[in-house]
Design a protein around this ligand. Structure first.
Ligand code: GDP
Ligand code: MN
Length: 386
């Protein structure tokens, strides 16, 4: 983790300190908010839109694209339209980008999912959640409604922004030649991704990819003595799910060949993301996704799109390509990020923290661990946080 501190000090500065008069005279970027949701999440969606509009989009009017594996009903569409002046489009997810691919045996996959449910892996027993993670890992960026856009800002139900965003983050990303932006980095629950790193690391090795300096952020510091023992650990990879052996493109994973590296479980929390869609559409990213997908890990384990995006970034991007939006006050359910002048910073024990369980508290602390404290302490980077 101190790695990210170094990265953010050396390669990435906050775009804007404090508040600006929003400059809306410049043309907008070719960008949209992307919201995957279900009809029953309308209330949470409204909370999110209200917050996005209040703190940013009332000045910038970026369009929204809503996606759903089912059909949005009229009430959902109408209510959403009534809460923004921006253009809103509603789309359906293509069936071949949701659910089991045809090369998988659904019976085996369903059994694998049930097992994860029994083992109380978070969301592990929910087939739809697996489908969602796979969609956000390998397909959303090619949805027909998104093809016209170069940039996206992901929004989920039940998020809150609590500082004003008085500049255009897309234009800043372009100006500073950034590819991927995050505001929270946390540790993944190990049991959701037991074998993810074997495959990510095999991708990197099989394609002769050398790190541009970001990969190191995702590996535990090495201990040469202990690592020798670890190499012998026969913790086997997930079974490859195939009913057509000719289509088996998943690599053989040699447990000896991970060069002693171990995933530290760190990932950018992907419910907030501002990123260049072209990167997701690149051959390299899609080769990565394809290889990860063919392992069956989206079903036999519960790989989230967050560690997938992060490990792909680790393999393919450099620290200078990443932007840490440390000035965005942001909360999603139990985890939040506060710039220095946000209320929760002044009062470390907010009711929000009191309400969380011990484990959640630990995760909140981990988020805070990633911050560039010195910079944040000196110049409250957020704007009108409340
Ligand atoms: P969490 O943030 O990891 O707890 O997971 P969420 O339940 O918030 O799901 C992540 C995102 O995917 C949210 O935008 C959800 O609205 C969306 N989502 C999850 N499952 C489904 C689903 O089955 N169908 C649709 N249309 N959206 C889903
Ligand atoms: Mn969510």
């Amino acid at each position: 983790p101190p790695a990210i501190r170094k990265i953010s000090e050396k390669h990435d500065k906050v775009f804007v300190t404090g508040c600006l008069e929003p400059d809306t005279s410049q043309p907008r970027a070719n960008a949209a908010f992307v919201v995957l949701a279900r009809n029953k999440e309308l209330e949470g969606v409204l909370q999110s839109i209200k917050s996005v509009e209040r703190h940013f989009n009332r000045w910038y009017h970026y369009p929204y694209v809503f996606l759903n594996d089912g059909d949005f009903d009229d009430k959902f569409k109408e209510t959403v339209r009534n809460h923004t002046s921006a253009k809103v489009e509603f789309g359906k997810v293509a069936p071949n980008t949701w659910g089991f691919p045809d090369w998988i045996d659904p019976k085996v996959a369903k059994e694998g999912i049930a097992k994860q449910g029994d083992a109380a892996v978070m969301y592990g027993g929910l087939e739809s959640y697996h489908a969602m993670c796979r969609f956000y890992s390998g397909f959303f960026y090619n949805h027909e409604l998104l093809l016209k856009y170069d940039w996206y800002w992901r929004v989920e139900p039940e998020i809150t922004y609590f500082c004003d965003i008085t500049y255009d983050p897309f234009l800043k990303m372009i100006e500073h030649n950034k590819t991927y932006g995050f505001t929270i980095a946390v540790k993944e629950l190990r049991e959701t991704v037991p074998n993810i790193f074997r495959y990510a690391s095999a991708y990197k090795r099989l394609n002769n990819i050398t790190s541009k300096g970001l990969w190191e952020m995702f590996i535990e510091p090495q201990d040469p003595v202990k690592d020798k023992e670890k190499k012998k650990d026969p913790n086997l990879p997930v079974e490859v799910l195939q009913n057509d052996p000719n289509k088996n493109t998943a690599p053989e994973i040699d447990p000896e060949a991970m060069e002693g590296e171990k995933y530290n479980m760190c990932h950018f929390w992907s419910n907030f993301e501002i990123a260049r869609l072209d990167w997701f559409r690149s051959k390299e990213y899609n080769d990565f996704f394809e290889m990860m997908d063919r392992s069956g890990g989206f079903w036999m384990e519960r790989w989230g799109d967050a560690p997938i995006h992060s490990l792909a970034a680790g393999a393919l991007l450099a620290p200078r390509d990443i932007h840490y939006f440390r000035d965005f006050g942001y909360r999603h359910t139990t985890i939040q990020h506060c710039p220095a002048n946000a209320p929760a910073r002044q009062l470390p024990r907010t009711p929000f923290l009191e309400k969380t369980t011990v484990d959640e508290k630990k995760r909140v602390e981990e988020d805070q661990y990633w911050e560039n404290w010195d910079e944040v302490k000196e110049n409250g980077v957020g704007c009108r946080c409340r």
